[in-house]
Design a protein around this ligand. Structure first.
Ligand code: GDP
Length: 183
């Protein structure tokens, strides 16, 4: 089955987002403690696709050796996984573009991994600030190596915001995926 990967810096709100999408509150463990998701977890959605929960990157408090192990996990997954259709890179909407996220997206681009950006924790900002921060991200990408900015979603897990848009988008690419298989 096709897979859609979710990844971002630790504490970005990935577990909360996955719980919002899956409505299975007990599965992805949320916590204020960074680095809780350490293995690759699969969630079967709608019988025809998998949501894949990848370890977070950019831990402040783990050893160099652990960092390397996580990195290898992630790069192996993205470069070897044939079922992977799209990666969703989560970024906290409150922050200006972060080097580690930009580098990660560049790396995805270089490795031909299609991706979208998911802005998280939108409930923490007013609409004007949301727009400003989203534009800062898109401008930064357009000024970089990118010919066009990726698709993006604005979400809040605590306000249940962005869920339908995201699931509808995934269902759309998923339908295309199965259509392409048939042809
Ligand atoms: P992960 O480490 O990326 O899996 O992040 P978590 O889902 O565990 O969330 C990290 C922290 O951010 C927790 O304290 C969550 O309650 C909080 N959080 C996550 N999503 C949201 C959101 O949409 N809005 C708000 N206000 N807080 C959030």
């Amino acid at each position: 089955l096709p897979e859609y990967a979710f990844i971002g810096r630790s504490n970005v709100g990935k577990s909360s987002l996955i719980n919002m999408l899956t409505e299975r509150k007990s599965l992805a463990k949320t916590s204020g403690r960074p680095g809780k998701t350490q293995l690759i977890n699969h969630f079967k959605i709608n019988e025809n696709w998998f949501l894949v929960d990848l370890p977070g990157y950019g831990y402040a408090r783990v050893s160099k050796k652990d960092k390397k192990t996580f990195q290898k996990y992630i790069t192996d997954y993205f470069t070897q996984r044939e079922q992977l259709v799209c990666a969703f890179v989560l970024v906290d909407i409150r922050h200006s573009p972060q080097k580690i996220d930009m580098e990660f997206m560049e790396w995805l681009g270089e490795n031909q991994v299609p991706f979208c950006i998911i802005f998280t924790k939108a409930d923490k900002l007013k609409p004007g600030a949301i727009e400003r921060n989203v534009n800062a991200y898109l401008n930064e990408m357009e000024n970089g190596l990118w010919e066009e900015a990726p698709s993006y979603f604005i979400t809040s897990s605590s306000k249940n915001m962005g869920r339908e848009e995201l699931l509808t988008y995934i269902d759309g690419i998923n339908t295309d995926f199965f259509q392409a298989l048939k042809n």
